[in-house]
Design a protein around this ligand. Structure first.
Ligand SMILES: [Zn+2]
Length: 76
């Protein structure tokens, strides 16, 4: 690759490759748990970062979600 300065990311919705600068990043927390309901229950929270192309971002209301996340952050 000659111009490797711009990294591409895969849209999490349609799989299209978009430049990271144009992609919409949306991070959410995913909680994995063993669901044992005992003391041995293991819960792991992971920050999951996903990228969406602009059209999917609009389509899937990522902008609204991001806004809601920001609101939550500032209200705390
Ligand atoms: Zn897409």
């Amino acid at each position: 690759m000659s111009r490797g300065s711009e990294s591409l990311v895969n849209c999490a919705s349609c799989g299209r490759r978009v430049p990271r600068t144009k992609a919409l990043s949306y991070s959410r927390f995913v909680t994995y748990s063993t669901d044992l309901k005992t003391a041995d229950d293991i819960r792991v929270s992971e920050r999951h970062k996903e990228y969406y192309c602009p059209s999917c971002g609009k389509h899937r209301h990522i902008y609204d979600k991001k806004k809601a996340q920001m609101m939550k952050k500032y209200n705390r």
